[in-house]
Write a protein that binds this ligand. Structure first.
Ligand SMILES: C[S@@+](CC[C@H](N)C(=O)[O-])C[C@H]1O[C@@H](n2cnc3c(N)ncnc32)[C@H](O)[C@@H]1O
Length: 451
């Protein structure tokens, strides 16, 4: 039996938001999943728009929830049925951020509520939407600013409260605000030439011919995208694997490690593979890279990408990076550890809401186990990079101190050609990039060795 039914745009967005929130999926994967059941001539257009909705709703979640909570008086949006809560978020977003006429925004979500719930819930949502429409956000924010300045920043710029406190502690008030602002700006794209197939000058010329204006960066094989007519992922060279999209700071890691052709390299948290692929290119496909990750799905995606990029010296291993051992040992190790992702808010706004202090505490213990394990896998004289896309000192400098004091690793002096230095007593020997200062993900790199 074949069945056809209509799905509204609001339903698709609400479904994707459920996957992002309840299952901690990235916006991209959540939309891939929900669009599997969407057909029709407007599918691609709807997909682009749905992506913009999910991305922006996740980015502005604290502000959107502030509006809804203010009109709920007493209870919070988190107390509602999650699907209903997401419909309210969509409605609020449309009225206050997209300036959709309130009657249209309300009507579109009421239709879904009637279909998925019941008449009394539709009445309830209708009344709430009227209050949301009338709600004076600016006035309410002024009041909040007088009462609790940190909470005000957290709502106004839509960041977790802990992040706001952390940023002020690191930078002082004014610069912290600059960081929050920069996290809310549109994503900056960088492309890395796949030197197995081309070089950066040829890539630059090709992009120019195709209407993409770029600038050189401090990372030799990486270009900054300034302007484009067509998204770079639609260009032939992208489809042929001649370049990849990779953040500037992320693409610095392999250069700091500097793996050489013929060496044995281990990547302990490899998927989705940006740094493994980069290392393979620097090694000119010679030697061996063992790429470990505990996500099978992500490893499978790496396999596809490797074919496209012409990479032949990588062995994928589905294992736990805290315990994976290989008797032969390695000359170099990349440990790009799982982390709070607090440096990637501009790129992945949904991660702002995925990490509690408790969860970050558990991640730090995984990072430390991985550092211990990296040491065990490193040959005497071997070198490694420890990197994260976290802004936090406990995931970065404190872990480096742990690696020195408790694991036996040493810091290797490295002449970082750009970026900032870090904090604590190891601060002058480590690398930090910041979204507001360097126009890329906030990032940490330390080079260490076993001697
Ligand atoms: C920051 S990402 C790595 C990004 C990757 N290095 C790149 O450049 O594309 C962290 C990765 O660690 C993996 N991971 C988390 N815990 C792990 C563990 N215990 N063992 C191995 N991999 C783990 C996750 O699946 C995720 O792919």
């Amino acid at each position: 039996m074949e069945l056809f039914y209509r799905v509204s745009f609001q339903e698709v967005v609400a479904d994707a938001l459920i996957l992002v929130r309840e299952h901690e999926m990235s916006s991209k994967h959540a939309l891939e999943r929900v669009f599997r059941r969407v057909t029709g001539k407007d599918r691609e257009k709807a997909r682009g728009l749905a992506h913009a909705y999910v991305f922006e709703i996740e980015k502005w979640r604290a502000k959107i929830d502030f509006i809804i909570n203010s009109v709920l008086k007493g209870s919070t949006v988190e107390d509602l049925d999650p699907y209903l809560a997401n419909l309210l978020r969509i409605g609020t977003f449309e009225i206050h951020f997209r300036k959709v006429p309130p009657a249209i925004a309300t009507d579109s979500i009421i239709r879904v509520v009637k279909e998925k719930f019941d008449f009394s819930r539709a009445k309830f949502v209708n009344a709430l939407m009227h209050s949301i429409e009338k709600f004076d956000v600016e006035k309410a924010l002024e009041r909040l600013k007088e009462k609790d300045r940190i909470e005000w920043l957290s709502v106004r710029f839509s960041h977790p409260r802990w992040y706001v406190e952390y940023a002020i502690e690191l930078f002082g008030y004014e610069e912290a605000v600059r960081l929050l602002l920069s996290n809310n700006k549109p994503q900056r794209y960088y492309v890395r030439a796949n030197t197995l197939k081309t070089d950066v000058d040829s890539l630059r010329a090709y992009l120019e011919e195709n209407g993409v204006r770029t600038a050189l960066t401090p990372v030799p094989d990486v270009l900054k995208v300034l302007e484009y007519e067509t998204p770079v992922t639609r260009l032939d060279w992208y489809k042929q694997g001649k370049f990849v999209i990779q953040d500037l700071a992320s693409a610095y890691v392999a250069h700091v490690l500097a793996p050489e052709p013929g060496e044995r390299v281990l990547d302990l948290a490899a998927a989705p593979g940006s740094k493994t692929f980069h290392a393979a290119a620097l090694m000119e496909n010679r030697g061996e890279i063992v790429a470990v990750d505990y996500s099978y799905d992500r490893l499978m995606r790496m396999k596809e990408k490797m074919k496209l990029l012409g990479i032949e010296n990588v062995r994928l291993v589905h294992a736990d990076g805290q315990s994976f051992r290989d008797k032969e040992g390695f000359d170099k190790i990349i440990l790009d550890a799982p982390c709070s992702s607090s440096g990637t808010y501009r790129q992945f706004p949904e991660v702002k809401w995925h990490f509690s202090e408790e969860k970050i505490g558990r991640i730090i213990s995984v990072q430390r186990n991985m550092l211990r394990n990296a040491y065990e896998n490193l040959r005497d004289g071997g070198e490694m990079t420890y990197s994260t896309c976290s802004i936090r000192i406990d995931e970065n400098e404190e872990n480096v101190l742990f690696a020195i004091d408790r694991v036996g690793l040493e810091l290797v002096p490295y002449d970082f050609s750009w970026g900032d230095r870090g904090f604590l007593e190891v601060g002058d020997k480590v690398f930090r990039a910041w979204t507001h200062r360097h126009d890329c993900n906030s990032f940490f790199i330390a080079k260490m060795g076993r001697h």
